[in-house]
Design a binder for this molecule. Structure first.
Ligand SMILES: *Cc1c(COP(=O)(O)O)cnc(C)c1O
Length: 369
């Protein structure tokens, strides 16, 4: 990340100094400018900036005005924030398993989990590839249940429907949420997040909820949050947004080289592609099937100086904080297996071909190729 910022340093400095000069640190002009530019990039949607991706999920659920205890269908294989937002609001997370190839939520399991108390479905576009939006949108419409897309990892990804319709990730359901955490594909230099919607009325509601439930200062229509994107982060994100399409293309090129080089290593599987979705490769995540070998590979790569990550080592239903939901080990076999098999290899936009060849060589050496 330091190297990425070195190349952008003059533009970032300029943006930062402009904010320092105007001293409009909260709700300065850059916030609206960034929202307009991101909305345009994502096909003309309303963007409501907020403090982080977790707040975006919280605000999305708040805007649905669901009764206490309403059920929120959530993938068992995700980052904890997806669950946390629902739990904090007194809603009940209902977990469903992942698909073994794409890691994304299983639409058949979603449909099976629908009850009269279901308030929303939260799909996560994990690692940069869209969940099955065709099936999820159909379920959402058939049962009249809102679809929320947690798009923290797939900003800029697109999905092609059977009809030929194309849509950006986050812009298909009632509400999309995203995060500008520094390591995300569109990362700020601190925390940040946003909501997306195609509906102007919902956009106004979300805006109000993110600002203490007020549309007019000191007149509070609803109980809201104080959740804002700093002007400084918005100004920096405007610079980073211009870089996003090129960075996405570079990530895709890195992924294609990994695919080609690792196809012959029989002990691992490379990430499956859903041909309806573009993949923006927030992570390049392989699976190591044989029990215990994933951890050995990670240790071996660490000794070679190659940093890797495990997203995620423990499924959400096995986290102590969520024991109250009453799930048991074995209930989500795919998510549980994935937690023991996944390994994310380096894929940042500045990874050189030489560095990547070294990484591929190390993986091959481990498996004796
Ligand atoms: C990063 C992330 C979030 C949370 O975003 P923050 O900005 O860190 O609050 C939520 N969901 C998913 C899937 C994420 O990857």
């Amino acid at each position: 990340m330091a190297a990425e910022h070195a190349a952008l340093q003059p533009a970032l400095n300029e943006a930062m100094h402009e904010v320092l000069d105007t001293a409009a640190f909260i709700q300065g002009p850059a916030v609206g400018q960034f929202a307009a530019e991101l909305g345009e990039y994502l096909g003309g949607v309303h963007i409501i900036p907020c403090a982080n991706g977790t707040d975006a999920l919280t605000l999305a659920l708040m805007s649905l005005e669901l009764p206490a205890g309403a059920e929120i269908i959530i993938p068992a294989f995700t980052y904890v924030a997806t669950l946390e937002a629902a739990a904090l609001l007194g809603l009940r997370p209902v977990l469903v398993d992942a698909l073994p190839d794409t890691f994304n939520i299983d639409p058949a399991a979603v449909e099976a989990a629908i009850t009269p108390r279901t308030g929303a479905i939260v799909a996560v576009h994990l690692f940069g590839q869209c969940a099955d939006l065709e099936a999820l949108r159909a379920i959402s419409q058939h049962y009249g249940v809102a679809l929320i897309e947690d798009n923290a990892q797939a900003i800029g990804a697109t999905f092609q429907f059977h009809s030929g319709e194309m849509a950006f990730a986050g812009a298909v359901g009632e509400i999309g949420t995203t995060s500008f955490f520094p390591s995300k594909n569109l990362g700020a230099l601190g925390d940040g997040g946003a909501l997306l919607t195609r509906d102007a009325t919902r956009a106004a509601l979300l805006q109000q909820l993110a600002n203490h439930g007020q549309s007019r200062k000191y007149y509070h229509q609803r109980i809201g949050l104080n959740s804002r994107l700093d002007t400084l982060q918005a100004a920096l994100l405007r610079v980073k947004l211009r870089q996003l399409p090129a960075n996405t293309a570079t990530r895709q090129a890195v992924a294609a080289r990994y695919d080609a080089a690792l196809a012959g290593v029989s002990s691992i599987s490379t990430p499956a592609r859903d041909e309806r979705s573009s993949h923006v490769f927030h992570q390049y995540t392989i699976q190591v099937e044989e029990a215990g070998r994933r951890d050995e590979l990670q240790l071996f790569l660490k000794k070679c100086g190659v940093p890797t990550m495990i997203y995620y080592p423990l499924p959400v239903h096995a986290q102590p904080a969520y024991a109250y939901l009453g799930y048991r080990a074995g209930q989500f076999p795919v998510a549980e297996r994935l937690c023991g098999a996944v390994l994310s290899l380096p894929i940042h936009p500045l990874l050189t071909v030489e560095q990547q060849e070294y990484i591929i060589g190390c993986v091959g050496a481990f498996f004796g190729n």
